[in-house]
Design a protein around this ligand. Structure first.
Ligand code: CAA
Ligand code: FAD
Length: 379
């Protein structure tokens, strides 16, 4: 597999790197501490064209490939995974599904605004009783002719309060099980739609995660995405691509921690020499470097599969499973290499370690990725 980058991909990578250094780094610790949403930073991401990277320019997007998106996710995540998850949800879980399966009217009304970053989107599948077991949807969307009446609770929703457009998965016909589920576009401010309090999280504390409550919310039928009963397949297809974005986020977190640890190991002295001269530290760096490169190859391969029109369920799941494991292990070792300094906020690695954990949980836990992978290789 040749992963040599085109000139355009290199430019995107550099633009993301510069943005992360100049716009994200200066206040990343304060935002994490205060759980402050990166409002201005996200606005600038929109101006850069990073909130609808793969969307056709006729709908306000940048018309780039998945590999460019992955490169940008990787660079941003080295510095600030809170901002990168906001970008990831908007690109992979909202724009992609709307462009792939939305009607022309839905694309003109919603996609154009979301792809430019004028408004943000959210993707609402998880519920208190339906996380990994996503077919067990309790939220109902009852058919009333020209509209649905939506009732239920979604939880853990990224961009929960900052979004204006929500893609909500709900059960219309319980008898039909997962084939009776629909995906509906719900606007913020709809009567009966409430946003719960913000979650106080271990990591990605700058992103806003909320429960959403729907009490008899009227949703026009024209806001359904795809045919009646397509909602679960819609969610699965959307998540297959979303997992590539989160894999890139995990890769970036790992690479960011490694770069900090490498630099620190060449500056910090113990027993009369730089700690990188102690083989125990040098070997940690060797493992980190090797595992990050292996993760990178899996992530780029999944992106290539998507760009080449190949099936990416398996490669995306493998990339997410492996890159998230590498993110967790690398960040723990980066803290170790920093010694006591690793345990305080100023050196960034403790935040990267806290942020790494979520990549093994959201968009399908590592156990769920193993279900997807094992089913694929056994079928
Ligand atoms: N593409 C298309 N269709 C798919 C599919 C895919 N990748 N995967 C499954 N399906 C279809 C199946 O074909 C089946 O439909 P038919 O019966 O019509 O053929 C239907 O979906 C049900 O599939 P399964 O029988 O495999 O369902 P299951 O109950 O065994 O569950 C699962 C499968 C993979 C475990 C799934 O429930 C799952 O992915 N769970 C994890 C949920 C998840 O990832 N949530 C993330 C929420 S979003 C988020 O987290 C965002 C964020 O943090 C930022
Ligand atoms: P559970 O499904 O209860 O799982 C608990 C444990 O059991 C896990 O270790 C799991 O792997 C394991 N387990 C479950 N079933 C099996 C099985 N069959 N075999 C083996 N092990 C199993 N969701 C959205 O819809 N939209 C969002 O924007 C979103 N953002 C999120 C942001 C954050 C910060 C968080 C924490 C979550 C977010 N989620 C979102 C929800 C996330 O996708 C779920 O938390 C995740 O899918 C796991 O579901 P659960 O929390 O209910 O755990």
């Amino acid at each position: 597999m040749d992963f040599s980058l085109t000139e355009e991909q290199k430019l995107i990578q550099q633009a993301a790197k510069d943005f992360a250094q100049t716009e994200l780094l200066p206040e990343v610790i304060e935002r994490d501490d205060a759980q402050r949403f990166p409002e201005q930073e996200v606005k600038k991401l929109g101006e850069l064209g990073f909130l609808g990277m793969m969307v056709d320019p006729k709908y306000g997007g940048s018309g780039l490939d998945t590999l460019s998106y992955v490169l940008a996710m990787e660079e941003l995540s080295k510095i600030d995974a809170s901002t990168s998850v906001i970008m990831s949800v908007n690109n992979s879980l909202v724009c992609w599904g709307l462009e792939a399966f939305g009607t022309e009217e839905q694309k003109e009304k919603y996609l154009t605004k979301i792809a430019t970053g004028e408004v943000l989107g959210a993707f609402c599948l998880s519920e208190p009783e339906a996380g990994s077991d996503a077919t067990s949807q309790r939220t109902t969307a009852i058919d009333h002719g020209d509209h649905y009446i939506l009732n239920g609770t979604k939880n853990w929703i990224t961009n929960g309060s900052s979004a204006s457009v929500y893609i909500v998965i709900a059960q219309t016909d319980k008898e039909k099980k997962h084939r009776g589920i629909n995906a509906l576009i719900v606007e913020k401010g709809a009567e009966g739609f409430e946003i719960g309090p913000k979650e106080n999280k271990l990591g990605i504390r700058g992103s806003d995660t909320h429960s959403l409550i729907f009490n008899d919310v009227k949703v026009p039928k024209s806001n359904r995405i795809g045919e009646d009963g397509f909602g679960f397949k819609f969610a699965m297809k959307t998540l297959a691509g979303g997992r590539i974005g989160i894999a890139a986020q995990a890769l970036g977190i790992a690479a960011g921690a490694y770069e900090l640890a490498l630099k620190y190991s060449k500056e910090r002295k113990a027993f009369g020499t730089e700690i990188s001269n102690h083989q125990a530290i040098a070997f940690k760096l060797a493992d980190m470097h090797t595992e990050i490169q292996a993760a990178r190859l899996l992530v780029y391969q999944a992106a290539r599969d998507k760009d080449n029109g190949n099936n990416y369920d398996l490669s995306g799941a493998m990339a997410k499973l492996y890159a998230s494991k590498v993110a967790m292990e690398t960040t723990v070792e980066a803290v170790q290499i920093h010694g006591g300094n690793g345990f305080v906020k100023d050196y960034h690695v403790e935040r990267l370690m806290r942020d790494a954990k979520i990549t093994q949980i959201y968009e399908g836990t590592s156990e769920i990725q193993k279900i997807v992978i094992s089913r694929s290789i056994l079928q």
